[in-house]
Design a protein around this ligand. Structure first.
Ligand code: CMP
Length: 138
């Protein structure tokens, strides 16, 4: 069935001027944008968003990175959205990302990896609700 995933274009990719290139890969990949904004996570927001990673050694670095500049947050709609979008973005580590993926093209490192994609339908709904009010979703 048609369903939804949540994505962020992360600060590294916004800083590098790659918003347009990444949105083109997303829409060329068959995803429909049903919500989107340029926003900025405060340190408190980033801590909350990534609370699931709080025990990881890279948590502090991740929070600092994700709050250092603006991001694009969006909700995407497609058949099999979560799985297909994770295929389009590629492996977390860009050195392992397949040719043709967003991270292969634009990610700098395992931490500064250009884009986020939800890892389950449940998390997609939680992450979408973190960023968007109902009236912002079309
Ligand atoms: P993402 O999968 O979108 O969400 C968790 C993020 O944690 C991941 O992207 C990376 O940005 C970051 N991350 C994962 N592993 C590491 C690591 N070993 N070092 C630094 N950051 C990491």
């Amino acid at each position: 069935a048609t369903n939804r995933t949540f994505t962020m274009i992360k600060p590294d990719a916004v800083e590098a001027g790659n918003i347009g290139n990444i949105l083109k890969m997303i829409t060329d990949g068959g995803f429909k944008i049903v919500a989107m904004k340029l926003t900025h996570l405060s340190e408190t927001d980033a801590k909350k968003f990534y609370a699931v990673h709080a025990a990881r050694p890279f948590y502090g670095e991740l929070v600092e990175f994700m709050s250092r500049g603006p991001i694009v947050a969006a909700i995407l709609e497609k058949e099999n959205a979560v799985e297909d979008f994770r295929a389009l973005i590629g492996a977390t580590n860009p050195a392992e990302a397949a040719e043709g993926t967003i991270r292969k093209a634009y990610a700098k490192s395992i931490g500064e990896n250009a884009v986020h994609g939800s890892d389950s339908d449940e998390n997609a709904a939680i992450e979408a609700a973190f960023h968007f009010a109902g009236r912002e979703i079309f």
